[in-house]
Write a protein that binds this ligand. Structure first.
Ligand code: SIN
Ligand code: CO
Length: 375
């Protein structure tokens, strides 16, 4: 595999083998001459929207405060006593250059990639020493930030704070990052970043659902698909002297029926695809104001190609295609074109020649929902 400047001159397979989930990696000039993709004003603008998740963390001495957005206006800049950090989640859903940056990390599957978060801090600002449950690449975008990190076991937290701050932070390494420098941290690795002057940091974050969460969602999914015909019957019922007791025969009968609930690999694939492609609650698509008819859309698509919305999550597995929480079972030929759309996130005109009616219809529907656009 090709060596990447982004990973400090190592290849993705070496990175995944030696660092991913294992140990930090500091990359100086991961993106040489990096310039911020969004000016602070554009970030503040995003933070004022109710379809964008944002937070402000501020600190004054030992006092921490956290507010959730949207924020009509940014609090006044630092007064010398306190500092503040604005954190804006999912910037990639709203900005094509942020999406392109996130997709540089696509040697890791989309099922694991979460989002690009941008933080903007005033001098001295930070969110305190903490650990995250997820892998993260911290790319310095503007100004400088001092990171202190440590592989400590003690993850106990300061009580009573509105955010998770480690009680005993014992860092063993310290780095000052300048624009274009990047620090990879595995999950549960203690870290604290403090702004040196005004600074912006981009977090390329990953998702790793908790098994409990997956299990609960899977049972919910299965409840829509199970099929247990018939109804409880007891033609051999005998008189009882303990009428309040559930009798053994009933228990056995019901157990036998419930044990018929089985799930296949297909059920798991469909569940996982729907679950992982489900848009976050804040996501709102932008459907075209006056959509083209199906026939005109198909003609235009064959001339211009199509591109997925930044907000669309499209995955596939076997003959199943998943888009924004919905699944489709598709024929082999259709699968090839839809898998190409999911992998490349766009299709050029040539790839759209001779579409089946099913795919043409699906693309038009997705276009009407704002899930994809004409290129
Ligand atoms: C930040 O960008 O301020 C915080 C990022 C992190 O520590 O995960
Ligand atoms: Co963190």
């Amino acid at each position: 595999m090709k060596k990447l400047t982004l990973l400090g001159g190592i290849s993705p397979d070496v990175f995944l083998r030696d660092y991913w989930h294992k140990k930090p990696l500091l990359v100086r000039q991961a993106i040489p001459d990096f310039a911020p993709l969004l000016a602070p004003a554009a970030l503040f603008d995003l933070a004022s929207r109710d379809d964008v998740e944002s937070r402000i963390v501020s600190r004054s001495g030992k006092r921490w405060d956290m507010q959730r957005g949207p924020f009509a206006a940014m609090p006044a800049a630092t007064d010398g006593q306190s500092d503040r950090t604005l954190l804006v989640q999912g910037v990639n859903l709203h900005d094509a250059s942020a999406d392109a940056l996130l997709r540089q990390f696509r040697f890791i599957p989309d099922a694991r990639l979460d989002d690009l978060m941008i933080s903007h801090a005033t001098d001295g600002g930070g969110v305190g020493p903490h650990v995250d449950s997820y892998d993260v690449f911290l790319l310095q975008a503007h100004g400088q930030r001092r990171w202190r990190i440590g592989a400590q076991r003690d993850l106990s937290l300061v009580d009573g704070l509105p955010l998770k701050v480690l009680r005993n932070f014992t860092p063993d390494e310290e780095y000052v990052l300048a624009p274009g420098d990047m620090l990879y941290l595995p999950p549960q690795y203690a870290h604290e970043g403090v702004a040196i002057g005004e600074c912006m940091t981009y977090s390329i974050g990953f998702r790793a659902p908790a098994y409990q969460e997956l299990g609960e969602a899977f049972l919910q999914f299965m409840s829509d698909t199970i099929d247990l015909p018939g109804r409880y019957a007891d033609p051999d019922l005998k008189p009882t002297t303990h009428p309040a007791q559930i009798d053994a025969a009933m228990l056995e009968n019901v157990g036998e029926q419930l044990r018929k609930i089985r799930f296949t690999d297909d059920d798991i694939a469909i569940f996982l695809g729907e679950y992982l492609s489900e848009p976050k609650a804040t996501v709102m698509f932008d459907p075209p104001a006056r959509p083209l008819t199906a026939a005109r859309f198909t003609l235009s698509a064959a001339k211009r190609g199509v591109i997925l919305s930044l907000k669309t999550q499209m995955l596939y597995r076997g003959r199943h295609v998943f888009i924004n929480g919905e699944s489709f079972g598709v024929e082999k030929a259709d699968r090839a074109v839809l898998a190409a759309l999911a992998d490349r996130r766009s299709l050029e005109p040539a790839a759209l020649a001779g579409l089946s009616d099913d795919v043409a219809e699906a693309l038009h529907l997705w276009y009407c929902d704002g899930w994809l656009m004409l290129s």
